[in-house]
Design a protein around this ligand. Structure first.
Ligand code: NAD
Length: 415
Protein backbone atom coordinates (compact mmCIF):
# COMPACT_ATOMS: atom_id res chain seq x y z
CA UNK A 1 0.00 0.00 0.00
CA UNK A 2 1.36 3.43 -0.89
CA UNK A 3 1.78 5.47 2.27
CA UNK A 4 0.41 8.97 2.66
CA UNK A 5 3.36 11.20 3.42
CA UNK A 6 1.95 13.23 6.30
CA UNK A 7 5.04 14.42 8.12
CA UNK A 8 3.14 15.08 11.38
CA UNK A 9 1.82 11.51 11.52
CA UNK A 10 5.27 10.19 10.66
CA UNK A 11 6.89 12.28 13.40
CA UNK A 12 4.34 10.99 15.92
CA UNK A 13 4.82 7.40 14.78
CA UNK A 14 8.58 7.71 15.29
CA UNK A 15 7.99 9.21 18.74
CA UNK A 16 5.60 6.38 19.65
CA UNK A 17 8.02 3.67 18.62
CA UNK A 18 10.92 5.29 20.50
CA UNK A 19 8.96 6.04 23.62
CA UNK A 20 8.58 2.30 24.21
CA UNK A 21 12.29 2.10 25.14
CA UNK A 22 11.77 4.76 27.84
CA UNK A 23 9.93 4.20 31.07
CA UNK A 24 7.37 7.02 30.77
CA UNK A 25 3.88 7.30 32.23
CA UNK A 26 0.96 7.51 29.72
CA UNK A 27 0.17 11.11 30.79
CA UNK A 28 3.74 12.21 30.07
CA UNK A 29 3.55 10.62 26.65
CA UNK A 30 0.24 12.40 25.93
CA UNK A 31 1.84 15.70 26.99
CA UNK A 32 4.89 15.17 24.75
CA UNK A 33 2.72 14.41 21.72
CA UNK A 34 0.79 17.71 21.87
CA UNK A 35 2.02 21.11 20.69
CA UNK A 36 1.64 23.64 23.49
CA UNK A 37 0.32 26.43 21.26
CA UNK A 38 -0.81 26.62 17.63
CA UNK A 39 -1.49 29.94 15.96
CA UNK A 40 -2.95 30.31 12.47
CA UNK A 41 -3.07 33.75 10.91
CA UNK A 42 -4.28 35.36 7.70
CA UNK A 43 -1.65 37.78 6.40
CA UNK A 44 -3.01 40.51 4.09
CA UNK A 45 -0.38 42.04 1.82
CA UNK A 46 -0.62 45.04 -0.46
CA UNK A 47 0.88 43.71 -3.70
CA UNK A 48 2.78 45.75 -6.31
CA UNK A 49 -0.32 45.63 -8.52
CA UNK A 50 -2.18 47.70 -5.91
CA UNK A 51 -4.46 44.78 -5.07
CA UNK A 52 -4.48 42.84 -1.79
CA UNK A 53 -3.48 39.20 -1.46
CA UNK A 54 -4.00 37.00 1.61
CA UNK A 55 -1.37 34.48 2.73
CA UNK A 56 -1.86 31.79 5.36
CA UNK A 57 0.70 31.81 8.19
CA UNK A 58 1.41 29.63 11.23
CA UNK A 59 3.48 29.63 14.39
CA UNK A 60 3.57 26.52 16.55
CA UNK A 61 5.26 26.15 19.94
CA UNK A 62 5.64 22.49 20.73
CA UNK A 63 7.22 22.34 24.19
CA UNK A 64 8.78 24.96 26.44
CA UNK A 65 9.77 22.94 29.50
CA UNK A 66 13.51 23.38 28.93
CA UNK A 67 13.40 27.07 27.91
CA UNK A 68 11.90 29.54 25.44
CA UNK A 69 10.60 28.07 22.19
CA UNK A 70 13.07 28.17 19.30
CA UNK A 71 12.63 27.42 15.63
CA UNK A 72 12.81 28.69 12.09
CA UNK A 73 10.29 30.31 9.79
CA UNK A 74 9.67 28.65 6.45
CA UNK A 75 8.32 30.41 3.34
CA UNK A 76 7.21 27.76 0.87
CA UNK A 77 4.14 27.17 -1.27
CA UNK A 78 3.60 23.69 0.21
CA UNK A 79 3.67 24.71 3.90
CA UNK A 80 0.90 23.05 5.94
CA UNK A 81 -0.02 23.23 9.60
CA UNK A 82 0.86 19.54 10.00
CA UNK A 83 4.31 20.16 8.58
CA UNK A 84 4.89 23.09 10.95
CA UNK A 85 3.70 21.03 13.93
CA UNK A 86 6.11 18.24 13.00
CA UNK A 87 9.02 20.63 12.54
CA UNK A 88 8.23 22.33 15.89
CA UNK A 89 8.34 18.95 17.63
CA UNK A 90 11.66 18.12 15.95
CA UNK A 91 13.03 21.42 17.29
CA UNK A 92 12.14 20.39 20.84
CA UNK A 93 14.11 17.15 20.43
CA UNK A 94 16.98 18.88 18.64
CA UNK A 95 17.53 21.53 21.33
CA UNK A 96 17.33 18.87 23.99
CA UNK A 97 19.77 16.59 22.18
CA UNK A 98 22.49 19.25 22.00
CA UNK A 99 21.54 20.29 25.53
CA UNK A 100 20.78 23.95 24.90
CA UNK A 101 18.15 25.66 27.07
CA UNK A 102 15.37 25.99 24.50
CA UNK A 103 12.09 24.31 23.67
CA UNK A 104 10.82 23.81 20.13
CA UNK A 105 8.82 25.96 17.72
CA UNK A 106 8.36 26.50 14.00
CA UNK A 107 6.61 29.00 11.79
CA UNK A 108 5.64 29.12 8.17
CA UNK A 109 3.84 31.07 5.49
CA UNK A 110 2.24 29.50 2.44
CA UNK A 111 4.05 31.49 -0.24
CA UNK A 112 6.54 30.91 -3.02
CA UNK A 113 9.06 33.65 -2.16
CA UNK A 114 10.57 33.43 -5.63
CA UNK A 115 7.31 34.59 -7.18
CA UNK A 116 6.83 37.84 -5.27
CA UNK A 117 8.88 41.05 -5.37
CA UNK A 118 11.29 42.12 -2.61
CA UNK A 119 8.85 44.83 -1.50
CA UNK A 120 5.99 42.30 -1.32
CA UNK A 121 8.25 39.94 0.65
CA UNK A 122 9.03 42.73 3.12
CA UNK A 123 5.33 43.67 3.45
CA UNK A 124 4.44 40.01 3.99
CA UNK A 125 7.17 39.52 6.60
CA UNK A 126 6.26 42.63 8.56
CA UNK A 127 2.54 41.84 8.60
CA UNK A 128 3.17 38.17 9.52
CA UNK A 129 5.40 39.39 12.37
CA UNK A 130 2.66 41.74 13.54
CA UNK A 131 0.12 38.89 13.51
CA UNK A 132 2.33 36.69 15.74
CA UNK A 133 3.87 39.52 17.78
CA UNK A 134 2.32 38.58 21.13
CA UNK A 135 3.55 35.03 20.69
CA UNK A 136 7.25 35.76 20.13
CA UNK A 137 10.00 37.49 22.13
CA UNK A 138 13.52 36.85 23.43
CA UNK A 139 12.23 35.07 26.53
CA UNK A 140 9.23 33.44 24.81
CA UNK A 141 9.84 32.24 21.30
CA UNK A 142 12.77 33.11 19.04
CA UNK A 143 12.41 32.59 15.26
CA UNK A 144 15.31 31.95 12.85
CA UNK A 145 15.73 31.33 9.11
CA UNK A 146 14.57 28.14 7.40
CA UNK A 147 13.67 27.22 3.81
CA UNK A 148 12.83 30.38 1.86
CA UNK A 149 13.88 32.86 4.55
CA UNK A 150 17.26 34.44 5.29
CA UNK A 151 19.13 37.08 7.32
CA UNK A 152 17.26 39.92 5.57
CA UNK A 153 13.90 38.43 6.55
CA UNK A 154 15.16 38.14 10.14
CA UNK A 155 16.21 41.81 10.04
CA UNK A 156 12.65 42.82 9.00
CA UNK A 157 11.14 40.69 11.78
CA UNK A 158 13.51 42.20 14.33
CA UNK A 159 12.75 45.74 13.13
CA UNK A 160 8.96 45.21 13.16
CA UNK A 161 9.06 43.74 16.66
CA UNK A 162 11.40 46.51 17.87
CA UNK A 163 9.19 49.29 16.44
CA UNK A 164 6.21 47.85 18.34
CA UNK A 165 8.23 47.74 21.58
CA UNK A 166 9.77 51.18 21.09
CA UNK A 167 13.37 49.99 21.46
CA UNK A 168 15.69 47.62 19.63
CA UNK A 169 15.21 43.98 20.61
CA UNK A 170 17.93 42.00 18.79
CA UNK A 171 17.23 38.85 20.84
CA UNK A 172 13.80 38.31 19.24
CA UNK A 173 15.34 36.46 16.27
CA UNK A 174 18.58 34.69 15.43
CA UNK A 175 20.21 34.33 12.03
CA UNK A 176 20.33 38.15 11.81
CA UNK A 177 22.88 40.00 9.67
CA UNK A 178 26.19 40.47 11.56
CA UNK A 179 25.65 44.27 11.45
CA UNK A 180 22.50 43.85 13.58
CA UNK A 181 23.93 41.50 16.20
CA UNK A 182 24.13 38.28 14.20
CA UNK A 183 26.77 35.73 15.14
CA UNK A 184 29.91 35.02 13.19
CA UNK A 185 29.57 31.63 11.57
CA UNK A 186 25.75 31.41 11.81
CA UNK A 187 25.15 31.29 8.07
CA UNK A 188 27.18 28.12 7.58
CA UNK A 189 26.63 26.72 11.11
CA UNK A 190 24.12 24.02 10.13
CA UNK A 191 26.44 22.76 7.41
CA UNK A 192 29.50 22.90 9.66
CA UNK A 193 27.56 20.85 12.22
CA UNK A 194 26.64 18.35 9.49
CA UNK A 195 30.32 18.00 8.64
CA UNK A 196 31.40 17.59 12.30
CA UNK A 197 28.91 14.75 12.79
CA UNK A 198 29.96 13.20 9.47
CA UNK A 199 33.65 13.25 10.44
CA UNK A 200 32.74 11.64 13.79
CA UNK A 201 30.75 8.95 11.95
CA UNK A 202 33.71 8.21 9.67
CA UNK A 203 35.88 7.83 12.77
CA UNK A 204 33.60 5.36 14.57
CA UNK A 205 33.05 3.41 11.36
CA UNK A 206 36.79 3.26 10.71
CA UNK A 207 36.43 4.83 7.24
CA UNK A 208 39.44 6.77 5.97
CA UNK A 209 38.26 10.29 5.06
CA UNK A 210 40.32 10.52 1.87
CA UNK A 211 38.92 10.23 -1.65
CA UNK A 212 35.33 9.91 -0.49
CA UNK A 213 32.56 10.84 -2.91
CA UNK A 214 29.50 12.85 -1.94
CA UNK A 215 26.05 13.62 -3.40
CA UNK A 216 24.19 16.63 -1.99
CA UNK A 217 20.47 17.17 -2.58
CA UNK A 218 19.61 20.88 -2.26
CA UNK A 219 21.99 23.73 -3.00
CA UNK A 220 20.49 26.39 -0.72
CA UNK A 221 21.93 27.60 2.56
CA UNK A 222 22.63 24.18 4.04
CA UNK A 223 23.46 22.18 0.92
CA UNK A 224 25.79 24.74 -0.68
CA UNK A 225 27.80 25.37 2.49
CA UNK A 226 28.03 21.65 3.26
CA UNK A 227 29.33 21.03 -0.27
CA UNK A 228 31.89 23.84 0.06
CA UNK A 229 33.18 22.77 3.49
CA UNK A 230 33.53 19.15 2.33
CA UNK A 231 35.20 20.26 -0.92
CA UNK A 232 37.71 22.27 1.13
CA UNK A 233 38.41 19.15 3.21
CA UNK A 234 39.20 17.14 0.06
CA UNK A 235 35.91 15.26 -0.42
CA UNK A 236 34.79 14.88 -4.03
CA UNK A 237 31.31 16.31 -4.69
CA UNK A 238 30.13 14.22 -7.63
CA UNK A 239 26.37 14.92 -7.69
CA UNK A 240 24.24 17.90 -6.75
CA UNK A 241 20.63 18.82 -7.26
CA UNK A 242 18.14 21.55 -6.51
CA UNK A 243 14.59 22.34 -7.53
CA UNK A 244 15.73 22.89 -11.17
CA UNK A 245 17.26 19.41 -11.61
CA UNK A 246 20.31 17.22 -10.94
CA UNK A 247 23.93 17.30 -12.20
CA UNK A 248 26.79 14.79 -12.12
CA UNK A 249 30.51 14.74 -12.78
CA UNK A 250 32.52 11.75 -11.67
CA UNK A 251 35.67 13.91 -11.56
CA UNK A 252 33.99 16.22 -9.04
CA UNK A 253 32.12 19.52 -9.10
CA UNK A 254 33.60 22.71 -7.64
CA UNK A 255 30.73 24.11 -5.49
CA UNK A 256 32.30 27.59 -5.44
CA UNK A 257 32.27 27.78 -9.24
CA UNK A 258 28.74 26.40 -9.25
CA UNK A 259 27.61 29.08 -6.76
CA UNK A 260 29.04 31.79 -9.03
CA UNK A 261 27.31 30.20 -12.03
CA UNK A 262 23.96 30.08 -10.22
CA UNK A 263 24.03 33.86 -9.73
CA UNK A 264 23.05 34.17 -13.38
CA UNK A 265 21.97 30.71 -14.47
CA UNK A 266 20.32 27.63 -13.02
CA UNK A 267 22.14 24.65 -11.48
CA UNK A 268 20.85 22.27 -14.10
CA UNK A 269 22.58 24.22 -16.90
CA UNK A 270 26.02 24.18 -15.24
CA UNK A 271 28.41 23.45 -18.12
CA UNK A 272 31.02 21.45 -16.15
CA UNK A 273 28.67 18.57 -15.31
CA UNK A 274 26.03 16.49 -17.03
CA UNK A 275 22.32 16.59 -16.23
CA UNK A 276 20.54 13.52 -14.98
CA UNK A 277 17.09 12.54 -13.79
CA UNK A 278 16.58 14.01 -10.28
CA UNK A 279 14.18 11.18 -9.38
CA UNK A 280 17.26 8.91 -9.60
CA UNK A 281 19.36 11.16 -7.37
CA UNK A 282 19.56 8.81 -4.40
CA UNK A 283 20.75 5.98 -6.65
CA UNK A 284 24.04 7.84 -7.24
CA UNK A 285 27.00 5.55 -6.59
CA UNK A 286 28.87 7.45 -3.88
CA UNK A 287 30.08 7.10 -0.29
CA UNK A 288 27.97 9.79 1.34
CA UNK A 289 24.54 11.24 0.59
CA UNK A 290 23.48 14.52 2.13
CA UNK A 291 19.78 15.31 1.72
CA UNK A 292 19.63 19.08 2.29
CA UNK A 293 16.32 20.08 0.66
CA UNK A 294 12.93 19.08 2.03
CA UNK A 295 11.25 16.26 3.96
CA UNK A 296 10.11 12.84 2.63
CA UNK A 297 12.87 12.43 0.04
CA UNK A 298 14.19 8.97 0.95
CA UNK A 299 11.20 6.65 0.95
CA UNK A 300 10.44 2.92 0.88
CA UNK A 301 10.42 3.24 -2.91
CA UNK A 302 13.89 4.65 -3.47
CA UNK A 303 15.65 3.40 -0.29
CA UNK A 304 16.45 -0.05 -1.81
CA UNK A 305 18.46 1.73 -4.55
CA UNK A 306 20.62 3.80 -2.20
CA UNK A 307 24.26 2.79 -2.67
CA UNK A 308 25.94 5.19 -0.24
CA UNK A 309 27.52 4.01 3.01
CA UNK A 310 26.43 7.03 5.04
CA UNK A 311 23.39 9.32 4.92
CA UNK A 312 23.92 12.60 6.76
CA UNK A 313 20.45 14.11 7.22
CA UNK A 314 21.06 17.83 6.84
CA UNK A 315 17.38 18.43 6.01
CA UNK A 316 14.60 17.93 8.55
CA UNK A 317 12.74 14.62 8.20
CA UNK A 318 14.21 13.71 4.79
CA UNK A 319 13.65 9.98 5.41
CA UNK A 320 10.23 8.39 5.88
CA UNK A 321 9.80 5.84 8.72
CA UNK A 322 9.20 2.98 6.29
CA UNK A 323 12.56 3.66 4.63
CA UNK A 324 14.42 3.23 7.96
CA UNK A 325 14.40 -0.60 8.11
CA UNK A 326 15.42 -0.80 4.45
CA UNK A 327 18.46 1.41 5.06
CA UNK A 328 19.27 -0.60 8.18
CA UNK A 329 19.15 -3.89 6.24
CA UNK A 330 21.51 -2.38 3.67
CA UNK A 331 23.91 -1.49 6.49
CA UNK A 332 23.73 2.22 5.73
CA UNK A 333 24.76 4.41 8.64
CA UNK A 334 22.22 7.22 9.11
CA UNK A 335 23.13 10.36 11.05
CA UNK A 336 19.59 11.42 12.03
CA UNK A 337 18.31 14.93 11.37
CA UNK A 338 17.91 16.04 14.99
CA UNK A 339 21.60 15.30 15.52
CA UNK A 340 23.05 16.03 12.09
CA UNK A 341 21.52 19.47 11.45
CA UNK A 342 21.52 20.80 15.03
CA UNK A 343 24.55 23.03 14.35
CA UNK A 344 22.21 25.79 13.16
CA UNK A 345 20.22 26.03 16.35
CA UNK A 346 23.41 25.66 18.39
CA UNK A 347 24.94 28.76 16.83
CA UNK A 348 21.54 30.45 17.10
CA UNK A 349 21.87 29.79 20.81
CA UNK A 350 25.37 31.33 20.73
CA UNK A 351 23.88 34.35 18.93
CA UNK A 352 21.19 34.72 21.61
CA UNK A 353 23.82 34.42 24.39
CA UNK A 354 26.08 36.98 22.69
CA UNK A 355 23.12 39.35 22.18
CA UNK A 356 22.07 39.04 25.83
CA UNK A 357 25.67 39.73 26.95
CA UNK A 358 26.23 42.42 24.29
CA UNK A 359 29.63 40.79 23.84
CA UNK A 360 30.49 39.15 20.53
CA UNK A 361 32.73 36.16 19.87
CA UNK A 362 35.27 35.56 17.11
CA UNK A 363 34.40 33.12 14.33
CA UNK A 364 37.12 30.80 15.66
CA UNK A 365 35.48 30.69 19.09
CA UNK A 366 32.04 30.04 17.55
CA UNK A 367 33.35 27.17 15.43
CA UNK A 368 35.35 25.62 18.29
CA UNK A 369 32.37 25.72 20.65
CA UNK A 370 30.15 24.35 17.90
CA UNK A 371 32.54 21.49 17.24
CA UNK A 372 32.64 20.67 20.93
CA UNK A 373 28.84 20.50 21.21
CA UNK A 374 28.35 18.53 17.97
CA UNK A 375 31.01 15.95 18.77
CA UNK A 376 29.75 15.56 22.29
CA UNK A 377 26.18 15.03 21.06
CA UNK A 378 27.35 12.57 18.40
CA UNK A 379 29.25 10.41 20.88
CA UNK A 380 26.40 10.52 23.43
CA UNK A 381 24.03 9.19 20.77
CA UNK A 382 26.53 6.67 19.43
CA UNK A 383 27.37 5.31 22.91
CA UNK A 384 23.65 5.06 23.72
CA UNK A 385 23.08 3.16 20.47
CA UNK A 386 25.83 0.67 21.30
CA UNK A 387 24.73 0.24 24.92
CA UNK A 388 21.03 -0.14 24.11
CA UNK A 389 21.53 -1.94 20.75
CA UNK A 390 19.46 0.70 18.96
CA UNK A 391 19.94 2.51 15.68
CA UNK A 392 21.22 6.10 15.71
CA UNK A 393 17.79 7.64 15.05
CA UNK A 394 16.03 5.86 17.92
CA UNK A 395 18.97 6.61 20.21
CA UNK A 396 18.97 10.33 19.38
CA UNK A 397 15.23 10.55 19.91
CA UNK A 398 15.25 8.53 23.13
CA UNK A 399 18.00 10.67 24.65
CA UNK A 400 16.30 13.91 23.61
CA UNK A 401 12.83 12.86 24.77
CA UNK A 402 14.10 11.60 28.12
CA UNK A 403 15.64 15.01 28.89
CA UNK A 404 12.41 16.85 28.04
CA UNK A 405 10.39 14.37 30.14
CA UNK A 406 12.79 14.90 33.05
CA UNK A 407 12.40 18.70 32.80
CA UNK A 408 8.61 18.27 32.76
CA UNK A 409 8.77 16.07 35.82
CA UNK A 410 10.95 18.53 37.73
CA UNK A 411 8.74 21.50 36.87
CA UNK A 412 5.48 19.68 37.52
CA UNK A 413 2.12 20.64 36.06
CA UNK A 414 0.72 24.11 36.79
CA UNK A 415 -1.37 24.82 38.86
P1 NAD B 1 17.04 26.86 1.26
O1 NAD B 1 15.72 27.42 0.91
O2 NAD B 1 18.19 27.77 1.40
O3 NAD B 1 17.45 25.73 0.19
C1 NAD B 1 16.61 24.67 -0.15
C2 NAD B 1 17.21 23.97 -1.36
O4 NAD B 1 16.43 22.81 -1.67
C3 NAD B 1 17.25 24.82 -2.62
O5 NAD B 1 18.46 24.60 -3.31
C4 NAD B 1 16.08 24.28 -3.44
O6 NAD B 1 16.25 24.47 -4.84
C5 NAD B 1 16.16 22.83 -3.05
N1 NAD B 1 14.92 22.11 -3.32
C6 NAD B 1 13.65 22.50 -3.05
N2 NAD B 1 12.77 21.57 -3.47
C7 NAD B 1 13.52 20.58 -4.02
C8 NAD B 1 13.21 19.36 -4.63
N3 NAD B 1 11.94 18.97 -4.78
N4 NAD B 1 14.23 18.58 -5.08
C9 NAD B 1 15.50 18.97 -4.94
N5 NAD B 1 15.87 20.12 -4.37
C10 NAD B 1 14.88 20.91 -3.91
O7 NAD B 1 16.81 26.00 2.61
P2 NAD B 1 17.90 25.58 3.70
O8 NAD B 1 17.90 26.60 4.77
O9 NAD B 1 19.16 25.20 3.01
O10 NAD B 1 17.20 24.28 4.33
C11 NAD B 1 17.33 23.00 3.72
C12 NAD B 1 16.86 21.94 4.72
O11 NAD B 1 17.67 22.02 5.91
C13 NAD B 1 15.41 22.05 5.21
O12 NAD B 1 14.91 20.77 5.48
C14 NAD B 1 15.56 22.82 6.52
O13 NAD B 1 14.45 22.60 7.39
C15 NAD B 1 16.81 22.18 7.04
N6 NAD B 1 17.51 22.96 8.05
C16 NAD B 1 17.93 24.22 7.78
C17 NAD B 1 18.64 24.92 8.75
C18 NAD B 1 19.20 26.29 8.49
O14 NAD B 1 19.97 26.77 9.33
N7 NAD B 1 18.92 26.91 7.37
C19 NAD B 1 18.86 24.34 10.01
C20 NAD B 1 18.42 23.04 10.24
C21 NAD B 1 17.75 22.36 9.24
Amino acid sequence: MKQTLNVWEMTLSRLDSTISVLDLKPGVIKYLREPRRVLEVAVPVKMDSGDIDIFKGYRVQHNTNRGPAKGGIRYHQDVTLDEIKALAMLMTWKCSLVNIPFGGAKGGVVVDPGRISKKELENLTRRYTYEIINFIGPEKDIPAPDVGTNAQVMAWIMDTYSMAKGYMVPGVVTGKPIELGGSQGREEATSRGVVYTLLSALKVLGIDATNLTVAVQGFGNVGSHAAKILYDLGFKIIALCDVTGAIYNKKGIDPYKLSDFIKTGSLVNYPEAEKFDPTKFFETKCDIIIPAALENQITAENAPSVKARIIAEAANAPTTPDADPILKDSNIFVIPDILCNSGGVTVSYFEWVQGNDAYFWSKRKVNLQLRDIMENAFYEVYDFSIKRKLDMRSSALALAVSRVAEAMKLRGIYP
